[in-house]
Design a protein around this ligand. Structure first.
Ligand SMILES: *Cc1c(COP(=O)(O)O)cnc(C)c1O
Length: 320
């Protein structure tokens, strides 16, 4: 398990390379829930998602020799973009492997950062196989998207900022896919405020961590198209960290329908925020009344990288 110490070290290591994002009060959600609701806007993070934190911490920990050979990752988009930027910032070459399901705006963004993009297969697992080939065959160093100590510690820095800005927080809602984000934040929050609840939120379509927690071990789930595309993909059958951390640290996991995710995106827009599906699930869970709020609550808004046309359709009332 990754503890508070590693997260505190990550915070000073990545300071200056990432944005300290704002915590803002949500008037609309506070009125609905009868308690103060705050949004932690990692959608304002450079690269448009929180993933720059974990990627930057991991890249800074790679030794010089490995840096010269280069870095590689598989990604549904946001992690690839973050690794591309973190690598570029250190002058290191990065290869990003993605499946054909990844939206083109995300592919373009990674290429624009100077990374070498390879499109392979139709699932995250296919992309991951290409990564393993490049690690074994060409000696590249993998920066994994979630199941990695340095990545988890980097994401955990969000938890420290939440406590700095809202010391009386009683509940934190975190989008949940592979669980690097939820593990890091929960480790930071529970390390400092053991009584504060941390709840993970996934879409019902392909909720790999939820299925794994129910089974008591990591299981494979079919990857389905969803509005919360950044939450797609499995947790890895030989998961090392995030399964156990989510099992031990999360108080609950809540699942959402596609309609509910769309409602979250629309609500965020009424508060002036453009948010992708994965980033809107915390808001959506509150709107759907799937969470019991008993005190000051922080909702993590994890990213904003959504295709503009699709976003427009959702705001207009469709699903895109
Ligand atoms: C990756 C991602 C998540 C989920 O993070 P995990 O560490 O895989 O659980 C949530 N929201 C956005 C926008 C993401 O890019």
């Amino acid at each position: 398990m990754i503890g508070l110490d590693e997260i505190v070290k990550a915070q000073s290591r990545i300071a200056g390379q990432i944005r300290r994002t704002p915590l803002v009060s949500s008037r609309g959600l506070s009125a609905r829930c009868d308690f103060p609701i705050h949004l932690k806007l990692e959608s304002h993070q450079s690269t448009g998602s929180f993933k720059l934190r974990g990627a930057t911490n991991a890249v800074l920990l790679v030794d010089d020799e490995a840096r010269q050979r280069g870095l590689v990752t598989a990604s549904t988009g946001n992690h690839g973009r973050a690794v591309a930027q973190a690598a570029a910032a250190q002058g290191v070459r990065a290869v990003v492997c993605m499946s054909a399901l990844v939206p083109s705006n995300k592919i373009d963004a990674v290429q624009a950062l100077g990374a070498d993009v390879r499109i392979v297969g139709r699932s995250q697992d296919d992309a991951q196989q290409e990564v393993e080939r490049l690690v074994t065959g060409e000696g590249l160093t993998e920066i994994p998207p979630f199941d990695d100590a340095a990545v988890i510690a980097g994401q955990g820095t969000i938890g420290l900022e939440i406590i700095e800005d809202c010391p009386n927080v009683e509940l934190v809602l975190v989008p949940l896919s592979g669980g690097g984000l939820a593990s890091g934040i929960a480790a930071a929050i529970k390390g400092k405020l053991p009584r504060t609840r941390v709840i993970g939120i996934s879409m019902a379509r392909g909720a790999a961590m939820h299925e794994s927690l129910r089974a008591g071990h990591p299981v494979a789930v079919e990857e389905l198209e969803t509005l919360a595309d950044s939450l797609g993909g499995g947790i890895g059958l030989s998961n090392r960290y995030t399964f156990a951390m989510c099992r031990d640290l999360l108080d609950d996991v809540v699942l959402l329908s596609e309609d509910e995710v769309a409602e979250g995106i629309r609500h965020a827009f009424t508060e002036g925020e453009t948010v992708e599906g994965a980033g809107a699930v915390g808001i959506a869970a509150l709107l759907a009344k799937k969470i019991e709020v008993r005190g000051p609550t922080v909702v993590l808004v994890s990213g904003r990288n959504i295709d503009e046309a699709r976003h427009g359709q959702i705001i207009a009332g469709g699903h895109g």
